[in-house]
Design a protein. Structure first.
Length: 472
């Protein structure tokens, strides 16, 4: 757990000046230039290049996209350009991970201020909750608890876990159980089940409540029997038919496999059963082989450049590598080295092919959904395809690369210097109402409970009298 009592002071900025033609990673020359503690330096992180680049990438993410100009509409912290509630949860786990692996306390205020009650999380998806979207917040809050020791985050993570089990688990055990995708109980996507594999295991480790371990084992049984291809060890996206229980034949959505191996790593921490690591290694290697081009991870929408328009898919690779690091943390030296080398190959490609770091960086194509940031644009920024070329940067593509860089920070890296505690105050969030005309063009403003909760309906939705956007 991190100690968040470090004071903020001034420091010096380390300017990167050249890129290596051999491996695509930057070579650095120190230029002492008085700056404030917002800046990242290589020496802060004991010359760990991945930690340094992660620091720069996180700073650019926050400067360019946080908070959204219309954050006052929502019941959760909102980044400008995330097209969904779920992404605002997933990025919190990424932020917590950089505190942990980079041994720093940067942006602690973002983590602490992200706490929400269950009521507010459920209101984000009125009238029918999307169970996997709630799951991202459960995972993030559990990780924030692990990193900070703040027990309020453990409690809300328990609340999310309990809610999803009570409302989402198919207690009839049709198709061996599994979690429904949403409140309508119409389909079973794999994602909620793999989320809950990690969540229930984490909750057991934190509380020693046997119910969580029992739930984890039931979830694992479902995944092994209904989501895993036992010939290829690829992970299906879900069940095609909840009556005959056939698997969908799409195995190229990487975050399913990522959370599966992350959950197996969590189970291994409980009883040190090597069979969990054996299975996780088979799934990880199969996913890498099936979804890579020239040794670089590709999402299902990267193959035809459709990820430019798939704002969900832009974050999936980051979720895979985030969970691969969790597996590496409990793996033997041989497997860990294999994964580390593969991650570094991806990092080399990203730094060489997917980056834009022009001066000023505003010359790069930065995508904003809710209007430009009030902050000056900062780089480096990254596009969605890790093979390049740079097209545009979104908060989704930026977060995925941040996950990649964090995943291969060396063990034992420490952060030294006042920049390690850079922790700006959150700008005040002013509550917005429909009378403020806050929604983007073609988005309808929708209010319920006398304006207590307000949201923007997608262009294909209409705002109904109950304050819900339909179709959900």
């Amino acid at each position: 757990m991190m100690n968040f009592s470090i004071n903020i002071a001034s420091t010096f900025f380390l300017l990167s000046v050249a890129f290596s033609s051999m491996n695509g990673l930057a070579q650095f020359m120190e230029v002492e230039q008085e700056q404030d503690v917002s800046n990242c330096t290589l020496t802060m992180f004991q010359n760990d290049t991945n930690a340094y680049y992660a620091c720069l990438t996180q700073y650019a993410l926050q400067q360019n996209w946080f908070p959204s100009p219309i954050a006052g509409l929502f019941t959760y912290l909102d980044w400008n350009g995330f097209d969904g509630f779920w992404q605002n949860g997933a990025v919190l786990e990424t932020m917590a991970n950089f505190c942990h692996y980079g041994n720093n306390t940067r942006y602690r205020n973002v983590l602490v201020s992200s706490w929400r009650t269950m009521e507010y999380l459920l209101k984000a998806y009125w009238p029918l909750p999307s169970y996997d979207d709630e799951g991202w917040f459960g995972l993030a809050f559990s990780r924030i608890y692990e990193v900070t020791g703040n027990a309020s985050f453990l409690q809300i993570s328990r609340n999310v876990t309990d809610y999803l089990w009570t409302n989402g688990w198919d207690s009839t055990l049709q198709c061996n159980g599994g979690f429904w995708f949403g409140g309508g109980h119409l389909s079973k996507n794999t994602i909620t089940s793999v989320q809950m594999l990690s969540l229930t295991a984490r909750m057991y480790r934190a509380t020693k409540n046997e119910s969580y371990l029992a739930w984890a084992n039931l979830t694992l049984n479902y995944l092994v029997k209904s989501a895993l291809n036992h010939t290829t060890y690829l992970v299906s996206d879900g069940i095609a038919d909840t009556y005959d229980c056939t698997q969908r034949q799409n195995y190229n959505i990487t975050y399913n496999a990522g959370l599966f191996i992350g959950g197996l790593a969590e189970l291994y921490k409980i009883n040190k059963n090597d069979s969990y690591l054996v299975l996780a290694d088979k799934i990880a290697r199969a996913t890498i082989a099936y979804n890579s081009k020239d040794g670089v991870l590709q999402e299902y929408c990267d193959w035809d450049n459709a990820c430019q328009h798939d704002l969900d898919g832009q974050m999936f690779k980051g979720i895979f590598v985030k969970n691969l690091r969790y597996l590496m943390d409990v793996s033997d030296n041989s497997n860990r080295e294999f994964y580390s080398q593969w991650l570094q190959n991806n990092i080399k490609s990203v730094i060489k092919n997917s980056i834009c770091d022009k001066r000023p960086v505003s010359q790069c194509n930065i995508s904003y959904l809710d209007g430009p940031s009030k902050n000056p644009a900062e780089g480096p920024i990254f596009t969605e395809n890790w093979l390049g070329p740079f097209d545009r940067a979104t908060p989704m593509s930026q977060t995925a690369v941040l996950d990649l860089l964090i995943a291969n920070i060396k063990d034992g890296v420490t952060c030294k210097g006042p920049g390690c505690a850079f922790n700006p105050e959150l700008p005040p969030i002013v509550k917005l109402h429909c009378s403020d005309n806050p929604c983007p063009r073609h988005y309808a403003c929708c209010a319920r409970e006398k304006g207590k909760f307000t949201t923007c309906c997608q262009p294909y939705q209409t705002c109904e009298s109950d304050g819900g956007c339909y179709p959900p």
